[in-house]
Design a binder for this molecule. Structure first.
Ligand code: 5GP
Length: 198
């Protein structure tokens, strides 16, 4: 456990944390950031116990683990942070080795994780650059989730409640970016990366 609490030292590498409610457009923003900029970005592939969605590939989108595997890896100290993201739901965790190796290579590793995970990362890596992506309004978020159509009505209700909780708890993030127009939100993030991170 002692080792788990050690702080990571960032040499040339950077740790970038992105959070925001489900459906806020984080995925699209990150994809464009990777495709359209030349920052040395690399994505952290988390581990999870949830089932893969259609099209998701093991080792690419997530490392899909059984609950038993996840818990034994957690016991071994393999995770920088790990949480049950939705109450009674699946476990998610950032693999310590993935972050350490990227940072050692001088890369900017991007963690797309929830608010509890982000808080835990900041405790261990105070130099992490944390971004919280906000919807213009909760109602706007509801519409986006309905349009996406990948969740049931019950899941949407659950995700909206979670969204409000996350927004309320997001005061500790270094940067808060409202994703109203995608191009504007992207430009704002690129400005921050050029100004503060590079
Ligand atoms: P999804 O199941 O839709 O891929 O992700 C659900 C939530 O889990 C998202 O809010 C996502 O940011 C969060 N998440 C994904 N990976 C991790 C992780 O490694 N740690 C934590 N704390 N949250 C994660």
């Amino acid at each position: 456990m002692a080792e788990l609490n050690e702080r990571l030292t960032l040499k040339n590498g950077r740790v970038l944390v992105f959070s925001g409610p489900s459906g806020v457009g984080k995925g699209t923003l990150l994809k464009r950031l990777f495709d359209e900029t030349s920052f040395p970005l690399t994505m952290s592939v988390s581990a999870t116990t949830r089932a893969p969605r259609p099209g998701e590939i093991d080792g690419v989108h997530y490392h899909f683990l059984t609950r038993e595997d996840f818990l034994s890896r957690r016991e071994r100290g393999d995770f920088l942070e790990s949480f049950e993201v939705y109450a009674g739901g699946s476990l998610y965790g950032t693999l310590r080795e993935t972050v350490e190796q990227a940072v050692a290579r001088g890369e900017w590793i991007v963690l797309e994780i929830d608010v509890k995970g982000a808080k835990s990362v900041v405790e261990k890596i105070p130099d992490a650059f944390t971004f919280f992506i906000l919807p213009p309004t909760i109602d706007d978020l509801r519409k986006r989730l309905e349009t996406r159509g990948s969740e049931t009505a019950e899941e949407i209700t659950k995700r909206l409640a979670q969204a409000q909780f996350e927004i309320d708890a997001s005061g500790f993030y270094r940067y808060r970016v409202v994703n109203d127009k995608l191009d504007d939100a992207l430009a704002e993030i690129i400005d921050i990366l050029q100004r503060d991170v590079a």
